[in-house]
Design a protein around this ligand. Structure first.
Ligand SMILES: Nc1ncnc2c1ncn2[C@@H]1O[C@H](COP(=O)(O)OP(=O)(O)OP(=O)(O)O)[C@@H](O)[C@H]1O
Ligand SMILES: [Mg+2]
Length: 243
């Protein structure tokens, strides 16, 4: 569903992605972790068609992001860190923003879509609120609703639980899994939160200096004995996040 081969990118001559391969199967949730500056956001931007890599191939549901960026982008939903809602638009107009650029909607259609999408993300009765009237968790849900209403094949989440309290983070993790279970959504989640990773990932890929240091199941991830992954696991255990 997502296929990445030989992905390379450098900024100002400094290599950031050094020939990455990645396969994400249909309906699979892959969590990308990694050291700060390791290239996670750069990878996500390449997948979303927002940054053209120096070299390599990326296919989303069989469509090349490099050769057919418009078509590939139409199959990809991006849930931004901090939701990135437009402060001057209410929740309904935030959700409809992308869709309105693609097709004309009657008032009734618009209301139906908004109500349906808000239901899907577990929010009701907030269509007329402004973003600054929402909690952090609600904003993330609206960000997901906005991505879902474009009916993507693949969802990319950038740090979906960062800045949230543990209870809200838990509910967002559940929402990511529910969305996959309900829609069979292929998902790539960038996260630095080991607790979230253990809850949502079918597979974990750990990026360090532009290369995969690890790619395997959460159980295998938790039993890595050396290097940056082991340090991260040890730290999480010390904070009693994993046993
Ligand atoms: N637009 C850009 N121009 C120049 N350098 C960039 C640009 N974007 C990212 N970089 C550099 O590329 C490297 C990887 O950055 P990236 O944001 O992908 O890392 P990250 O893994 O997401 O890190 P973090 O965990 O801190 O978010 C960093 O050294 C960063 O400074
Ligand atoms: Mg980043």
């Amino acid at each position: 569903m997502v296929e990445v081969a030989g992905l390379r990118h450098a900024f100002d001559g400094k290599p950031v992605l050094r020939g990455l391969d990645l396969q994400v199967g249909s309906g699979e949730i892959v969590v990308v972790m990694g050291s700060s500056g390791g290239g996670k956001t750069t990878l996500l931007r390449c997948l979303a068609g927002l940054l053209r890599p120096d070299d390599g191939e990326i296919a989303i549901d069989g469509t090349s992001v490099i050769r057919e960026p418009e078509q590939a982008r139409a199959k990809t939903g991006l849930v931004f860190q901090y939701a990135a809602l437009f402060d001057y638009l209410n929740v309904a107009e935030n959700i409809l923003f992308g869709l309105r650029r693609r097709k004309r909607l009657s008032a009734r259609q618009a209301k139906e879509i908004v109500d349906d999408q808000l239901g899907q993300v577990g929010l009701e009765g907030v269509a007329d609120l402004m973003p600054d009237e929402l909690s952090g968790g609600m904003r993330k849900r609206v960000g997901l609703a906005r991505a879902l209403c474009m009916e993507p094949k693949v969802l990319l989440y950038d740090e979906p639980t960062s800045g949230l309290d543990p209870v809200t983070a838990y509910s967002i993790d559940q929402l990511i899994v529910e969305t996959r279970d309900r829609l069979g959504m292929t998902s790539v989640v960038v996260s630095h939160d080991v607790t979230s990773v253990m809850r949502v990932a079918d597979r974990v890929a750990f990026l360090a200096e532009g290369e995969w240091l690890f790619n395997g199941t959460p159980a295998e991830f938790a039993s890595v004995k050396e290097g940056a992954v082991a340090e991260l696991i040890a730290k999480a255990r010390a904070e009693s996040l994993v046993r």
